[in-house]
Design a protein around this ligand. Structure first.
Ligand code: FAD
Ligand code: 2HG
Ligand code: ZN
Length: 432
């Protein structure tokens, strides 16, 4: 986004856990601040040095350690690129439990450290459920071996969860073991248009009820997003060029029986059309059409950056209210900015992207703190899946109670008493 710039003079590329341990031990005794960095695709400035912190990149630790073909358990180093892992496990008949637009660059260690959600969350849930074990190097260089591959292990506190989503503020993740679901042979993708937001909500409920176990994605975008994608993404085609509707939904189904799944999806779409929930729609007839549908949805983030300065908000909001904030923002900003609403509707996760010609304080003052206050009033979350990073460290109180923030600060002080790990990120300065 060109929004965050640091001035680090040193980037280290360790090749092993021992090297990470030596780096942290050295930095800790000399009180040198460290920024762990994965693929650098994060959207909240978490991997960017604020001043002159030492960058510890995990890019040199990209080996697959083992794959258990019976249970689908992958063990690998933190610097493996998500897409490479996907290709590897797919060749073994499995898939990664997460998928996101940044897959070509983001690392699995970065995914774990941000607790990334993404496009398969509705089906396979959070990394808190899919990560089985971690190896983590703590601030003083201690190597914490929690790299189990067991499905069940209730021996005391499950410490790995502290590091999942802690954005490099509690330790450096060096190895991961992960449960990968079986790759199922039948996959269908439909691109649909809806006349209003209420229809999108009703369609989600209907999809849950009628598609049940085969539903594997339910993504939504407004017509501003489609226009944006058509203007700025190369080689994509509008699947519904004649449609005049305001909302679009991408539904994916995945299952084990091709004809059963296709029949089920077609019957569901027909019924939803008869019920007036869908205005128009098309099912991808081949892989290239399906990729075109996905490219539109996954490319919105990339396209938005091509227009100008983007203010990005990643909100969890009860589904009934989720689009209200998009409309309110449009009213507030008028012609000063373009407002885009899209996201993982099946997970109650809105991506609100506001684009103006440049970053400026007046536009920001029209957006914040309103967007955070509004979300907090709905008891939503100001970070559904991207984390807090630098952007939202001072905003945590909109979604967490003072007592919870205080406890987080105590954990941080216990694990990183010299505050060398990713300073200025995640927690507000006032509690540290
Ligand atoms: P980085 O950006 O390098 O780092 C992110 C944070 O994790 C930083 O705080 C960093 O210090 C820390 N970190 C990284 N590696 C380690 C490690 N090994 N140990 C400890 N700390 C570490 N996010 C979603 O949740 N869902 C999406 O659908 C999604 N789609 C995206 C689409 C695009 C086009 C882009 C650009 C981003 C998207 N993101 C999404 C955000 C981003 O890709 C994720 O947050 C991703 O998990 C970050 O991984 P990374 O390796 O790039 O981490
Ligand atoms: C997505 O779902 C990503 O496309 C990115 O989480 C969202 O850029 C954004 O705001
Ligand atoms: Zn997302």
């Amino acid at each position: 986004m060109g929004k965050y710039k640091g001035a680090s003079q040193l980037l280290l590329l360790p090749k092993s856990t021992i090297e990470v341990s030596k780096i942290l031990s050295y930095c800790n005794t000399r009180r040198l601040a460290v920024v762990p960095q994965g693929g650098n695709t994060g959207l909240v400035g978490g991997s960017v040095p604020v001043y002159d912190e030492v960058i510890v990149s995990l890019a040199g630790m990209d080996k697959i350690i083992s794959f258990d073909k019976v249970n689908g358990i992958l063990t690998c180093e933190a610097g493996c690129v998500l897409e490479n892992l996907s290709t590897f496990v797919e060749n073994e008949g499995f898939i990664m439990p997460l998928d996101l637009g940044a897959k070509g660059s983001c690392h699995i260690g970065g995914n774990v450290s941000t607790n990334a959600g993404g496009l398969r969350f509705i089906r396979y849930g959070s990394l808190h459920g899919n990560v089985l074990g971690l190896e983590v190097v703590m601030a003083d260089g201690t190597i914490l071996d929690m790299l189990t591959t067991l499905r069940k292990d209730n021996t005391g506190y499950d410490l790995k969860h502290l590091f999942i989503g802690s954005e490099g503020s509690l330790g450096v993740v060096t190895k991961i073991s992960l449960l990968t679901p079986a790759k199922l042979p039948s996959n269908n993708v439909a691109f649909l248009s809806c006349n209003d937001y209420t229809s999108c909500q009703k369609l989600l409920l209907a999809a849950r009820r009628n598609l049940g176990e085969i539903l594997s994605a339910f993504e939504f975008m407004d017509h501003h997003c489609i226009d944006l994608a058509m203007r700025h993404l190369e080689g994509v085609q509008n699947p519904l060029p004649a449609s005049q509707t305001k909302f679009y939904v991408l539904i994916e189904t995945t299952g084990s029986d091709e004809s059963y799944n296709k029949t089920k999806l077609e019957a569901f779409l027909l019924r939803s059309m008869e019920d007036g929930l869908i205005a128009d729609g098309v099912i991808a007839q081949d892989i290239s059409q399906a990729s075109n549908f996905w490219r539109i949805r996954e490319g919105i983030s990339e396209a938005s950056v091509k227009v100008g300065a983007v203010y990005k908000y990643d909100l969890s909001i009860p589904v009934e209210k989720l689009y209200d904030i998009v409309e309110e923002m449009r009213c507030r900003l008028g012609d000063n900015a373009e407002v885009f609403g899209y996201g993982h509707l099946g997970d109650g996760n809105l991506h609100l992207n506001i684009v103006s010609s440049k970053y400026d304080d007046n536009t920001l003052a029209q957006i914040e703190p309103f967007v955070y206050e509004w979300t907090s009033a709905q008891r939503g979350s100001v970070s559904a899946e991207h984390g807090l990073g630098l952007m939202k460290a001072e905003k945590i109180h909109y979604s967490k109670s003072p007592e919870a923030v205080q406890l987080m600060a105590s954990v941080k002080k216990l694990l990183d008493p010299n505050s060398i790990l990713n300073p200025y990120k995640v927690l507000p300065r006032s509690v540290l």
